[in-house]
Write a protein that binds this ligand. Structure first.
Ligand SMILES: [Zn+2]
Ligand SMILES: [Zn+2]
Length: 123
């Protein structure tokens, strides 16, 4: 059985290929990931905390690039399928149910590039 939680996209300049490309954002209880649709650069986040908390509790500070998004997702705490705040920072990933405040906090774990284009050497 596949758990369905967060599945959305955010179009921005990729930190890896520097193209304006969709960043595919997926999260379930056990893992969150952000993958570039253009170059395949993928960042994996692992869960650290799940709790009901006030907005902004886990918002990362002093990060150069924070995506502050919202998406509709089913909350496993209150059972409502509704808006969640989705905050992706350089080393943190949080989702928060607008209805009950239930927050998933993930910490950056690793990154890899799924596709590895071979660059031709000239000369
Ligand atoms: Zn990319
Ligand atoms: Zn909820």
């Amino acid at each position: 059985m596949v758990e369905r939680f967060i599945f959305t996209k955010y179009r921005t300049s990729c930190y890896h290929c520097h193209e304006d490309a969709d960043q595919v954002i997926k999260a379930v209880s056990s893992q969150a990931q952000v993958a570039c649709a253009n170059c395949g650069a993928t960042r994996i986040f692992v869960p650290r905390v799940e709790d009901v908390s006030a907005a902004g509790t886990y918002t990362p500070i002093s990060c150069y690039d924070i995506w502050d998004l919202e998406t509709v997702a089913p909350c496993k705490n209150c059972g409502v399928e509704g808006l969640h705040d989705l905050i992706v920072g350089c080393n943190q990933f949080t989702t928060r149910c607008r209805n009950c405040g239930y927050t998933h906090f993930y910490k950056f774990n690793l990154e890899y590039v799924a596709q590895c284009p071979i660059e031709e050497k000239k000369g």
